[in-house]
Design a protein around this ligand. Structure first.
Ligand code: ZN
Length: 288
C-alpha cells in the first residue's frame, strides 16, 4: 500500500470510529411501544418525542410518522396483518446519530373457522369464472384500494369508535372462511346481524371516500378517519352519503341490508390501517 493510500485509509477509519462513537453517545429519545408481543390482526402503536425519529421500519417496511396535537409526541401506527406468520420481527427506529432496534414477537391470533353456503350466482362472484365478472371485480378492487391509498396526515376522529349497529356478532374478525366447502379467505371485519333497514352509524368522524354498489360487498361505504385509518360498511340496503361528505361519529350513513354476497341482513364492518385489516375492536379501547 502506498503512503497516500495508507493515510486515506487511516483517515477513513478514524472517521468511522468517530461516527460509531456519536451513535453510541447520542441521547436516545423517549419511546413507548404498546406491545412487544402482539397477536396477528392487532395494532402496534409507537409514541416518541416529536421530530426525534426520522424513520420507522417494521419487517423492512417503512411507516409514516404523524404528530399528535398538543402532546409533543410523534405517533406511528403499524398494522399486524392476519397473514403475517407468527415469529420475531425487527422494529427499527432511526434518527440523528442513532438507530434503535427492537424485537417484536407476533403471536398467532385466536381466529375461528367459519363456513358459509352460497348459491351458484353468488359463488360466481366469490370465485369468478366469467371474464366480465373478473374484470368488474378487478376494477372494484382498484376503487377500494384507491379509497384507502391517501389519507390526511391529521387525525380527524376524537375518542373511541362506536359500534355502528347494535346486534349479535354472527362472524368474528379474522375467521378462516370456507365458502361452499372451499377455503376462500380470512374474514376481514366483524359481521353484526340486525334486521334489514336498521340504521347504520358512522363509527367515528371522517370523510366519505367511497359510496358505491359493488359485486362482493354490495352497497358499500368507506370512511377515511385520517392517519390512514378507514372504516367500511358493507351489504347495506341503502346508502345515505356520497363521496366527499364529512360525517360525524353517530351520523346515520345507511341501513342494514343483504346486498352483494350475503346470506342474510347484517353489517360487515371492517377497519384498515395503511390498507391492512385490523380487528375493529382495537378502536374501542385505545386512546390515540
Ligand atoms: Zn363479513
Amino acid at each position: 500500500m502506498s503512503k497516500g493510500k495508507l493515510r486515506l485509509t487511516l483517515i477513513l477509519l478514524s472517521f468511522l470510529f468517530f461516527l460509531n462513537t456519536m451513535a453510541n453517545t447520542a441521547e436516545l429519545p423517549y419511546l413507548a411501544i404498546n406491545k412487544e408481543e402482539i397477536e396477528q390482526g392487532r395494532l402496534l402503536i409507537i409514541k416518541t418525542e416529536k421530530n426525534k425519529i426520522d424513520k420507522i421500519r417494521f419487517n423492512r417496511t417503512e411507516y409514516k410518522i404523524f404528530q399528535e396535537e398538543g402532546t409533543g409526541l410523534s405517533i406511528c401506527l403499524i398494522p399486524i396483518s392476519y397473514w403475517l406468520s407468527p415469529g420475531t420481527y425487527t422494529l427499527e427506529l432511526s434518527g440523528d446519530g442513532f438507530i434503535i432496534s427492537k424485537e417484536i414477537k407476533v403471536l398467532a391470533g385466536n381466529f375461528q373457522e367459519s363456513f358459509i353456503t352460497v348459491d351458484s350466482t353468488q359463488e360466481e362472484i366469490v370465485r369468478p369464472q366469467n371474464k366480465e365478472t373478473i374484470k368488474r371485480k378487478d376494477r372494484e378492487n382498484q376503487m377500494i384500494r384507491e379509497a384507502r391509498q391517501e389519507s390526511p396526515a391529521e387525525k380527524i376522529w376524537q375518542g373511541n369508535f362506536l359500534w355502528p349497529v347494535e346486534g349479535k356478532i354472527s362472524s368474528p374478525f379474522g375467521a378462516t372462511r370456507y365458502v361452499n366447502g372451499i377455503l376462500n379467505n380470512r374474514h376481514s371485519g366483524i359481521d353484526i346481524a340486525a334486521p334489514r333497514g336498521t340504521p347504520v352509524k358512522a363509527a367515528a368522524d371522517g370523510i366519505v371516500k367511497l359510496a358505491a354498489s359493488l359485486l362482493s360487498t354490495g352497497n358499500t361505504i368507506i370512511i377515511d378517519h385520517g392517519w390512514y385509518v378507514t372504516s367500511s360498511y358493507s351489504h347495506l340496503d341503502s346508502i345515505n352519503v356520497k363521496v366527499g361528505d364529512v360525517v360525524k361519529k353517530g351520523d346515520i350513513i345507511g341501513t342494514v341490508g343483504s346486498t352483494g354476497v350475503s346470506t342474510g341482513p347484517h353489517l360487515h364492518w371492517a377497519v384498515t390501517v395503511h390498507g391492512v385489516f385490523v380487528n375493529p375492536e382495537e378502536f374501542f379501547y385505545i386512546e390515540l
